[in-house]
Ligand binder design. Sequence first.
Ligand code: ZN
Length: 214
Amino acid sequence: MRIIVFLGAPGAGKGTAAAAVAKKTGARHVSTGAMLRDALARETPAGLEAKSYMESGGLVPDEVLCKMIAELLAETPKDATLFFDGFPRNEAQAAALDKLAAEAGATVDLALCIDVAKDALLARLGGRRVCPKCGAGYHVVSLPPKKEGVCDACGAELITRLDDQPATIAHRLEVYEQVTAPVVGWYERAGKLRRVDGSGSADEVAALVEAAVR
Ligand SMILES: [Zn+2]
């Protein structure tokens, strides 16, 4: 089993690249959100534990996420490749993933960090718009609606999510620097880090990622 970890700041496009390259290469894209939803839907032991935290409005603790990953690794065929997206988010999780992988007879082979300059991240995140009625997503530069500020699909007025407001974006990038950026250092010290230029289009980034994971 190969495990490849995708790293990058909010807006760097790691989820998009991981999904595109997984589809092309037959790897399994494991985003933390999707893994959580799947474990909840199938009511696995870790899924049931997570449910109790979520129902009381809390965050799912690391130890429950780790149990979920152990369940996932146990049911993954030995010849599979997994792309982790959204985990690990801090150094403790990175250490936990190494241990879980070893217990499953696997290793984290590679950590891909998708690099995008801060100015470009701010422009990408700040340009996001979403339709509050049907959920369609837009971007003022890369995916504009036909009529400015109006949803193509249903005609509702587009909004900027709270997450994408300038003050929130600055905070998200700060949290990334403090908590997640050390994960990059963790894999760098282990000799497993590869950096990919994330400044191009989604297709260009996917091509670079595909070359790096082959
Ligand atoms: Zn709409």
